[in-house]
Design a protein around this ligand. Structure first.
Ligand code: NAD
Ligand code: AOT
Length: 312
């Protein structure tokens, strides 16, 4: 299976490295010129659980890929949410009728964006509990374990989704075929809707958030709003189970992780994905007449902080 990963940031690099080490044919596409230049010059450099690893991988800019002759059986999307539409508009020339696209971004509603570029029966959706962080152009830190849940968006994609599960298993990515990927996506959105925005606002990692007295009440209120809106969207979430799932991270290996929204806003002064996480719940709540005061305030606070740090 020829795989092209679009978005060679922390997560795209993790998946590229792990797939490459298992023998898969992997090509990268990235829009950050300094990152492309660094990977071309010195390879992708990773701190892989404490071991320095270098992988020589082909990498193209979105403008170059159209004329590169690169063929992909599978394109894995790993941009940030706010980069997805623009990236896919640029790489459209490499999406052929038999190309599948797998979206593993955090957040809600990406199928609407990708549906403009790929047929429903060639779209796969999923989530991942792996983590990653960039430490500079061409450099990533990859710690701990994780897993992937994925499913074909339409029945015709079933066999290919199983092939992807098998390729990911070979790479040690701990994949599972999800029987209900919309529920998987909402459940993961609850992880990000609590940990990402709170850690970015409080400037702390997951473990430090968990040590505050407010952490559990915050989780309950935010997740209750997610669950009410999800139900109106046709997805049932078990609130107690999801609260437990999120709270487990407070004392797990992942406790030292600074969520990607913290990396964006606090460390790199970049615009965040909040409109696709808490903000998406606010918008969907409005459509269904469901009040979402916690998610509204979190979205507003993140946007205010984006302005204060002049995020771009
Ligand atoms: P990322 O920010 O590391 O990379 C995304 C894109 O932004 C890449 O094209 C990258 O080159 C570019 N970029 C990164 N830093 C930049 C900088 N300083 N200046 C200019 N461009 C820069 O994104 P990610 O963390 O890999 O996340 C991709 C998706 O995966 C997101 O939807 C995210 O929420 C999700 N996710 C992330 C993690 C995590 O631990 N990082 C875990 C699970 C899911
Ligand atoms: C995360 N982190 O999803 C992953 O940083 O965006 C992120 C992210 C798995 C479990 C807990 C947090």
């Amino acid at each position: 299976m020829k795989i092209t990963i679009v978005g060679a940031g922390g997560m795209g690099s993790r998946f590229a490295l792990m797939l490459h080490r298992s023998g898969a044919d992997v090509t990268l596409v990235d829009g950050w010129q300094a990152n492309v230049d660094a990977i071309r010059a010195d390879g992708l450099q990773a701190d892989f659980n404490g071991t320095p690893v270098v992988a020589k991988l082909p990498i193209y800019t979105p403008a170059d890929i159209a004329t590169s002759g690169v063929q992909a059986d599978l394109i894995i999307a790993f941009t940030k949410s706010n980069q997805l539409a623009d990236m896919f508009a640029q790489i459209r020339p490499i999406i052929h009728p038999d190309t599948y696209v797998l979206c593993l971004l955090n957040g809600l509603g990406h199928e609407d964006v990708l549906g403009q570029f790929v047929a429903r029966d060639h779209l796969l959706l999923g989530i991942t509990m792996w983590t990653a962080g960039m430490t500079g152009p061409g450099h990533v830190r990859l710690l701990g374990d994780g897993e992937v849940e994925l499913q074909n968006f339409a029945p015709a994609g079933h066999a290919f989704a199983l092939d992807v599960v098998s390729v990911f298993k070979q790479a040690g990515l701990n994949p599972k075929y999800s029987p209900d990927v919309r529920a998987s996506i909402w459940r993961k959105a609850c992880v990000n809707g609590t940990l990402n925005s709170l850690c970015a606002l409080l400037d702390c990692n997951i473990g430090q958030l968990g040590q505050t007295r407010e952490a559990t009440p915050f989780l309950r209120e935010i997740i209750a709003e997610f669950a009410t809106v999800a139900a109106a969207d046709g997805v049932t979430l078990d609130q107690d189970e999801v609260c437990h799932h999120v709270a487990e991270t407070f004392t797990a290996d992942i406790a030292a992780h600074y969520p990607s929204m913290h990396q964006d806003l606090v460390v790199n002064h970049r615009l965040t994905e909040v409109d696709f996480i808490n903000g998406a719940v606010v918008r969907k709540g409005q459509q269904h007449g469901i009040p979402t005061p916690y998610n509204t305030m979190l979205t507003q606070l993140i946007h205010a902080k984006e302005q204060l740090v002049h995020a771009q």
